[in-house]
Design a protein around this ligand. Structure first.
Ligand SMILES: [Zn+2]
Length: 94
């Protein structure tokens, strides 16, 4: 299967590279909004400060891990729902 930017469908292989398992083109990468390390450090400190007040709160690392886990489950639920609709559309005659 040819490389294709997941975001804009660009298929120019010279402009596409792999980012955490996704094929992304050079034009779309800046639009992903990746944080600078300084921003990530600021979030770590914010979470540490909150955790000093409420010890049960998650660390920034735990929060990110949890968001990824829930985001993945949400993605699969939405995809399954659409696959079901697609399958039903093949069966239902209107
Ligand atoms: Zn793209």
């Amino acid at each position: 299967m040819p490389k294709r930017c997941f975001n804009c469908q660009n298929t120019n292989t010279d402009e596409i590279f792999e980012v955490y398992g996704y094929d992304v083109c050079i034009a779309c990468k800046p639009k992903l909004g990746f944080y600078q390390d300084s921003t990530i450090r600021k979030h770590i400190r914010t979470f540490e400060n909150e955790k000093q007040i409420v010890p049960e709160k998650l660390s920034y690392r735990e929060e990110v891990d949890q968001r990824l886990k829930f985001g993945e489950a949400s993605y699969h639920r939405k995809r399954l729902k659409l696959l079901h609709i697609q399958a039903r559309l093949k069966e239902i005659k209107s």
